[in-house]
Write a protein that binds this ligand. Sequence first.
Ligand SMILES: [Zn+2]
Length: 219
Amino acid sequence: MKNLSEINHCKPNPEAYWCPKCKAHNQFRIHSSYDSHHGSWDHCFCCRHCETSMYIPKDAFFALKLILSLSIVCIVGGIAFPYYGLNYALWATGGFCLLLTFFVMRRPMQWSGFNSFQSAYSEQTLMEKALGHPCQPTYYEGDSFDFWAEQFLTSDEVQRLKEKYGEAKKDREIATLESSKKASKLKPFYIALFYAIGLTALIFYFHKLGMFSQLSDHW
Ligand SMILES: [Zn+2]
């Protein structure tokens, strides 16, 4: 186990996994599980220091924009197609997506606070902050180390880092994890789209049956 001076885990990087509890780009453990319902692999990146689930800030912003766009599309769609009760179904789905944005907003807000705070510091101060952080990145043999380091350095730089601190492994299997991670990034998009269409169709169906007017008459 050797400390690393090449990577500053306290310097904001929106494309690297970040722990909201430790407020740093800590090293992680990757817990993989197969989601038989959706037929894909789920990867959970847990902080090696506090076990909190980490996330990529850029992806958190992507999810927020996605839900917000979906709600706008539904609301505008309801105005554009005011036929057969479809507008009510679209507005209800749009309103539901708008409510979801309040939950999805938490992660981008956590990151924004950290990012604006750290960005005010100079490189030298950030280095001092990193050295004084209670959790220090260390070198170890494993794919999760390579995956973590490649967020900040090129593949060649990671190889040099491995040669400096330990045995360099020439044939790594990072590509497999990388491709499945990209696939899982789009998974929330497909799920959100699936539920939005399903919810719109369901509300539209109930509206056609006249259930909503019966309920309002009853009340
Ligand atoms: Zn942590």
